[in-house]
Design a protein around this ligand. Sequence first.
Ligand code: DX5
Ligand code: ZN
Length: 221
Amino acid sequence: MSVRIAPSVLSADLGRLRDQVEQAIAGGAEWIHVDVMDGDFVPNLTFGAPIIRALRRITDRPLDVHLMVRHPERYVAEYADAGANVFTFHPEATVHVQRHLASVREQGMLAGLALNPSTPLALAEEVIGDLDLVLVMSVNPGYGGQSYLPQATDKIRRVRALLGARRSPAVLEVDGGITAATITEAWGAGADTFVAGTAVFGSADPAAAVRELQRRCAVTV
Ligand code: DX5
Ligand code: ZN
Protein backbone atom coordinates (compact mmCIF):
# COMPACT_ATOMS: atom_id res chain seq x y z
CA MET A 1 0.00 0.00 0.00
CA SER A 2 1.40 3.41 -0.83
CA VAL A 3 1.14 6.58 1.21
CA ARG A 4 -0.78 9.54 -0.15
CA ILE A 5 -0.33 12.93 1.50
CA ALA A 6 -3.12 15.50 1.07
CA PRO A 7 -1.99 18.88 2.43
CA SER A 8 -4.88 21.06 3.61
CA VAL A 9 -4.83 24.61 2.28
CA LEU A 10 -6.74 25.65 5.41
CA SER A 11 -3.32 26.18 6.98
CA ALA A 12 -1.70 27.73 3.90
CA ASP A 13 -0.83 31.39 3.49
CA LEU A 14 -3.64 32.24 1.06
CA GLY A 15 -1.76 35.30 -0.15
CA ARG A 16 0.82 32.90 -1.56
CA LEU A 17 -1.54 30.06 -2.48
CA ARG A 18 0.16 29.12 -5.76
CA ASP A 19 3.62 29.11 -4.22
CA GLN A 20 2.48 27.11 -1.18
CA VAL A 21 0.67 24.48 -3.27
CA GLU A 22 3.59 24.16 -5.67
CA GLN A 23 5.96 23.63 -2.75
CA ALA A 24 3.78 20.88 -1.29
CA ILE A 25 3.59 19.17 -4.68
CA ALA A 26 7.35 19.46 -5.12
CA GLY A 27 7.66 17.47 -1.89
CA GLY A 28 5.44 14.71 -3.31
CA ALA A 29 1.95 15.69 -2.20
CA GLU A 30 -0.54 13.84 -4.39
CA TRP A 31 -3.85 15.41 -3.44
CA ILE A 32 -4.74 18.92 -2.30
CA HIS A 33 -7.28 18.95 0.53
CA VAL A 34 -9.82 21.77 0.64
CA ASP A 35 -11.79 22.30 3.88
CA VAL A 36 -15.15 23.91 3.24
CA MET A 37 -16.85 25.10 6.46
CA ASP A 38 -20.18 26.89 6.77
CA GLY A 39 -20.10 28.32 10.30
CA ASP A 40 -23.10 26.14 11.17
CA PHE A 41 -22.26 22.45 10.83
CA VAL A 42 -18.88 23.43 12.29
CA PRO A 43 -18.12 26.63 14.20
CA ASN A 44 -15.89 28.16 11.56
CA LEU A 45 -16.32 29.69 8.12
CA THR A 46 -13.84 29.16 5.31
CA PHE A 47 -14.20 29.06 1.54
CA GLY A 48 -16.10 27.50 -1.32
CA ALA A 49 -16.20 27.22 -5.11
CA PRO A 50 -13.96 30.25 -5.89
CA ILE A 51 -11.00 28.66 -4.10
CA ILE A 52 -11.64 25.33 -5.84
CA ARG A 53 -11.60 27.15 -9.19
CA ALA A 54 -8.40 28.98 -8.26
CA LEU A 55 -6.70 25.74 -7.21
CA ARG A 56 -7.85 24.09 -10.45
CA ARG A 57 -5.87 26.69 -12.35
CA ILE A 58 -2.81 26.16 -10.14
CA THR A 59 -2.52 22.37 -10.32
CA ASP A 60 -3.79 19.29 -12.11
CA ARG A 61 -3.47 17.20 -8.92
CA PRO A 62 -6.76 15.84 -7.56
CA LEU A 63 -8.65 18.36 -5.42
CA ASP A 64 -9.92 16.56 -2.34
CA VAL A 65 -12.84 18.64 -1.12
CA HIS A 66 -14.11 18.06 2.43
CA LEU A 67 -17.47 19.67 3.09
CA MET A 68 -18.24 20.49 6.69
CA VAL A 69 -21.53 22.13 5.76
CA ARG A 70 -25.22 21.45 6.15
CA HIS A 71 -26.94 20.24 2.98
CA PRO A 72 -23.78 19.34 1.07
CA GLU A 73 -25.98 18.03 -1.77
CA ARG A 74 -26.62 21.62 -2.79
CA TYR A 75 -23.01 21.95 -3.90
CA VAL A 76 -22.43 18.72 -5.86
CA ALA A 77 -22.93 20.13 -9.37
CA GLU A 78 -21.25 23.46 -8.58
CA TYR A 79 -18.12 21.86 -7.13
CA ALA A 80 -17.86 19.33 -9.95
CA ASP A 81 -17.97 22.25 -12.36
CA ALA A 82 -15.36 24.14 -10.31
CA GLY A 83 -12.96 21.19 -10.70
CA ALA A 84 -13.32 19.12 -7.52
CA ASN A 85 -12.26 15.46 -7.87
CA VAL A 86 -13.21 14.09 -4.45
CA PHE A 87 -16.41 15.22 -2.69
CA THR A 88 -16.60 14.15 0.94
CA PHE A 89 -19.42 15.07 3.32
CA HIS A 90 -20.69 14.20 6.77
CA PRO A 91 -23.76 11.95 7.11
CA GLU A 92 -25.22 14.10 9.92
CA ALA A 93 -25.33 17.10 7.58
CA THR A 94 -28.07 15.73 5.36
CA VAL A 95 -30.85 13.14 5.14
CA HIS A 96 -30.60 11.00 1.99
CA VAL A 97 -26.94 10.04 2.21
CA GLN A 98 -27.08 7.18 -0.31
CA ARG A 99 -28.80 9.32 -2.92
CA HIS A 100 -26.25 12.09 -2.53
CA LEU A 101 -23.28 9.70 -2.73
CA ALA A 102 -24.72 8.37 -5.98
CA SER A 103 -25.14 11.87 -7.37
CA VAL A 104 -21.51 12.71 -6.53
CA ARG A 105 -20.43 9.74 -8.65
CA GLU A 106 -22.81 10.74 -11.42
CA GLN A 107 -21.03 14.09 -11.52
CA GLY A 108 -17.74 12.26 -12.10
CA MET A 109 -16.24 12.75 -8.63
CA LEU A 110 -15.17 10.24 -6.00
CA ALA A 111 -17.80 9.98 -3.27
CA GLY A 112 -16.54 10.22 0.31
CA LEU A 113 -18.18 9.96 3.70
CA ALA A 114 -16.57 11.58 6.76
CA LEU A 115 -16.97 10.07 10.22
CA ASN A 116 -16.64 12.37 13.21
CA PRO A 117 -15.08 10.91 16.37
CA SER A 118 -18.56 10.16 17.75
CA THR A 119 -20.06 8.88 14.48
CA PRO A 120 -20.52 5.11 14.37
CA LEU A 121 -18.93 3.13 11.58
CA ALA A 122 -22.34 1.60 10.81
CA LEU A 123 -23.29 4.73 8.88
CA ALA A 124 -20.57 4.01 6.35
CA GLU A 125 -21.19 0.27 6.40
CA GLU A 126 -24.77 0.73 5.20
CA VAL A 127 -23.61 2.56 2.07
CA ILE A 128 -20.27 0.85 1.50
CA GLY A 129 -21.05 0.03 -2.13
CA ASP A 130 -21.70 3.70 -2.86
CA LEU A 131 -18.43 4.90 -1.34
CA ASP A 132 -15.08 5.63 -2.95
CA LEU A 133 -13.56 7.00 0.25
CA VAL A 134 -14.04 6.84 4.01
CA LEU A 135 -12.62 9.81 5.94
CA VAL A 136 -11.91 9.07 9.59
CA MET A 137 -11.83 12.33 11.56
CA SER A 138 -9.10 12.25 14.19
CA VAL A 139 -10.27 15.62 15.59
CA ASN A 140 -13.67 17.24 15.90
CA PRO A 141 -13.75 19.26 12.70
CA GLY A 142 -13.73 23.03 12.60
CA TYR A 143 -10.13 24.10 13.04
CA GLY A 144 -6.65 23.20 11.97
CA GLY A 145 -3.91 22.65 14.51
CA GLN A 146 -5.76 20.34 16.92
CA SER A 147 -4.26 17.22 18.49
CA TYR A 148 -4.80 13.72 17.09
CA LEU A 149 -7.44 11.88 19.15
CA PRO A 150 -5.95 8.46 19.98
CA GLN A 151 -9.30 6.68 19.63
CA ALA A 152 -9.11 7.35 15.88
CA THR A 153 -6.52 4.59 15.57
CA ASP A 154 -8.96 1.85 16.49
CA LYS A 155 -11.60 3.37 14.19
CA ILE A 156 -9.13 3.25 11.29
CA ARG A 157 -8.43 -0.41 12.09
CA ARG A 158 -12.15 -1.19 12.07
CA VAL A 159 -12.71 0.65 8.80
CA ARG A 160 -9.79 -1.22 7.20
CA ALA A 161 -11.27 -4.54 8.38
CA LEU A 162 -14.70 -3.57 7.02
CA LEU A 163 -13.29 -2.60 3.63
CA GLY A 164 -11.40 -5.89 3.49
CA ALA A 165 -14.43 -7.95 4.49
CA ARG A 166 -16.60 -6.23 1.89
CA ARG A 167 -13.85 -6.26 -0.75
CA SER A 168 -14.17 -2.51 -1.09
CA PRO A 169 -11.35 -0.66 -2.85
CA ALA A 170 -12.32 2.59 -1.09
CA VAL A 171 -9.63 5.02 -0.02
CA LEU A 172 -9.14 5.18 3.78
CA GLU A 173 -8.24 8.76 4.67
CA VAL A 174 -7.51 10.27 8.08
CA ASP A 175 -7.85 13.96 8.93
CA GLY A 176 -6.77 15.97 11.95
CA GLY A 177 -3.60 16.28 13.96
CA ILE A 178 -1.48 14.31 11.50
CA THR A 179 2.19 15.10 12.13
CA ALA A 180 5.50 13.29 11.80
CA ALA A 181 4.81 11.98 15.31
CA THR A 182 1.26 10.67 14.73
CA ILE A 183 1.27 9.52 11.10
CA THR A 184 2.92 6.17 11.80
CA GLU A 185 0.16 5.17 14.19
CA ALA A 186 -2.56 5.93 11.61
CA TRP A 187 -0.56 4.25 8.84
CA GLY A 188 0.02 1.16 10.97
CA ALA A 189 -3.74 0.94 11.59
CA GLY A 190 -4.45 0.88 7.86
CA ALA A 191 -4.97 4.44 6.61
CA ASP A 192 -3.55 5.14 3.14
CA THR A 193 -4.28 8.85 2.70
CA PHE A 194 -3.29 11.53 5.20
CA VAL A 195 -4.59 15.07 5.44
CA ALA A 196 -2.00 17.39 6.95
CA GLY A 197 -2.54 21.11 7.40
CA THR A 198 -0.33 22.55 10.11
CA ALA A 199 2.36 19.89 9.65
CA VAL A 200 2.85 20.97 6.02
CA PHE A 201 1.92 24.63 5.72
CA GLY A 202 2.92 25.56 9.27
CA SER A 203 6.42 24.53 8.25
CA ALA A 204 8.93 26.92 6.70
CA ASP A 205 9.63 24.21 4.11
CA PRO A 206 6.36 22.51 3.01
CA ALA A 207 8.18 20.26 0.51
CA ALA A 208 10.47 18.89 3.22
CA ALA A 209 7.50 18.48 5.56
CA VAL A 210 5.66 16.31 3.01
CA ARG A 211 8.78 14.21 2.43
CA GLU A 212 9.19 13.72 6.18
CA LEU A 213 5.60 12.46 6.54
CA GLN A 214 6.20 9.97 3.72
CA ARG A 215 9.52 8.89 5.23
CA ARG A 216 7.91 8.14 8.59
CA CYS A 217 5.58 5.64 6.88
CA ALA A 218 8.35 4.15 4.73
CA VAL A 219 10.42 3.21 7.79
CA THR A 220 7.54 1.36 9.39
CA VAL A 221 6.35 -0.87 6.51
C1 DX5 B 1 -10.36 19.92 10.49
C2 DX5 B 1 -10.12 19.88 9.00
C3 DX5 B 1 -8.76 19.43 8.69
C4 DX5 B 1 -7.68 20.38 9.11
C5 DX5 B 1 -6.48 19.58 9.46
O1 DX5 B 1 -11.55 20.53 10.74
O2 DX5 B 1 -11.03 19.00 8.38
O3 DX5 B 1 -8.60 19.06 7.33
O4 DX5 B 1 -7.32 21.30 8.11
O5 DX5 B 1 -5.53 20.43 10.01
P1 DX5 B 1 -4.34 19.87 10.91
O6 DX5 B 1 -3.52 18.97 10.05
O7 DX5 B 1 -3.63 21.12 11.30
O8 DX5 B 1 -4.96 19.14 12.08
ZN1 ZN C 1 -10.52 18.21 6.25
